[in-house]
Design a binder for this molecule. Structure first.
Ligand SMILES: [Zn+2]
Length: 375
């Protein structure tokens, strides 16, 4: 039993609260012989859920099984207890092979599934994806990736305005896979059509899409205004101006915002030369850019930093930041029954933070990933 913390629950923060863990689950009752750990002065929040993440710890989800495990371990130490592995644009054969590997790790419970980012994206908004390997979202190709993922595909980012885009959205919805609008050059009207077809997520809102214009509101207005859409935001201070983040957050509300990392290999490590899929990336001062062209190439963010920034720089209420890092992404994934809050019966996934919002402990399914060193 962890006692004495500010416990952030779906209905508010309980000061001097307690959370009991039995086996791999949270429990409402506190067993008579429970070991009590005093965590006074700390915050206890649910484990973070990342919908969009390409790697960390010097390794990527486009690499070997060892690479994938290394990236998972890195993000777990920063509080991410539920993680969807994102691929980047590559040859279909390469993606099919990688989907096989990532689906095994999903079956083992190490990952919460696969997010395919590309190749079905717009050359006009390609960001750090190889232009030569982009293709239109032909439903047959989308299907190929879903099949290769053997039930582990959770989300596909696509430019829905391209030929086959809306049919692909419908195909994804039929298979219970999230259709995410992103890396898109769609107009406002085209984006509304995509939402009507069943798209439910905006891939890193603002980034890799046309800006909000007064006569051309574009995807941003369409995605922000629709209650059915959850918007991903990269809260690293580089991808978004704080005012843009605040605007989106205020408009959509915490129940429709998922703070993602979009992290690449350098997350949890630091500056240097890396690869993002097939492309070379230079990380300097924590900002990842393509060596060729200088596009921002993912982030070096971890979710604990996104959380700390949200409460200390963006001045969001702790409860809203927690919602955007755990409950909302868990709901998007259909996993809110088991993760995303500190309700009894759910998986014992939790993060312990000190008064400065720095991670002091991480528990996943009842096991300490980071064991708190207290007193
Ligand atoms: Zn990404």
């Amino acid at each position: 039993m962890l006692a004495g913390a500010h416990v952030v629950t779906p209905t508010g923060t309980v000061k001097g609260g307690q959370v009991a863990v039995e086996g791999r689950h949270l429990t409402g009752a506190s067993p008579a012989n429970a070991q009590v750990i005093d965590v006074s002065g700390h915050w206890l929040v649910p484990g973070f859920v990342d919908l969009h993440n390409h790697g960390g710890g010097g390794a990527s989800f486009s690499g070997t099984a060892d690479d994938v495990q290394k990236a998972i371990r890195t993000h777990r130490r920063h509080g991410t207890t539920t993680l969807v592995a994102s691929t980047v644009t590559d040859d279909m054969d390469v993606l099919v092979r990688q989907a096989g590997l990532l689906s095994e790790l999903t079956e083992q419970g190490d990952l919460a599934g696969i997010h395919f980012e590309g190749p079905f994206i717009s050359p006009c908004r390609k960001g750090a994806h190889s232009e030569a390997l982009l293709r239109d979202p032909d439903p047959a190709d989308v299907r190929k990736l879903l099949d290769a993922a053997r039930g582990a595909a959770r989300m596909v980012t696509l430019a829905t305005e391209l030929p086959g885009g809306l049919d692909s959205v419908r195909l994804l919805v039929e298979h219970g896979v999230i259709a995410a609008v992103g890396h898109t050059d769609a107009t406002y009207e085209q984006t509304v059509q995509a939402i009507e077809a069943g798209a439910t997520v905006a891939t890193h809102l603002f980034n890799a899409m046309p800006p909000l214009g007064h006569r051309t509101p574009g995807p941003i207005a369409a995605l922000l205004q629709d209650e059915r859409i959850t918007v991903e935001l990269i809260n690293d201070g580089t991808h978004l101006h704080p005012a843009s983040l605040a605007l989106a957050f205020r408009h959509a509300g915490a129940h429709r915002v998922a703070f993602i990392t979009d992290a690449m290999d350098a997350a949890g490590i630091g500056d240097g030369r890396y690869l993002l899929g097939p492309l070379a990336v230079e990380v300097s001062d924590g900002v990842a850019r393509l060596v060729e062209g200088g596009s921002i190439a993912g982030s070096t963010l971890t979710q604990d930093r996104a959380f700390k920034r949200a409460v200390t720089v963006d001045r969001l209420p702790v409860e809203d930041a927690v919602t955007a890092l755990s409950a909302t992404p868990a709901r998007v994934l259909g996993l809110y029954d088991t993760v995303g809050s500190l309700d009894p019966g759910k998986d014992a996934d939790l993060v312990l933070l000190d008064e400065n919002f720095d991670v002091k402990g991480v528990m996943r399914k009842g096991d300490w990933v980071v064991r708190p060193q207290l007193g």
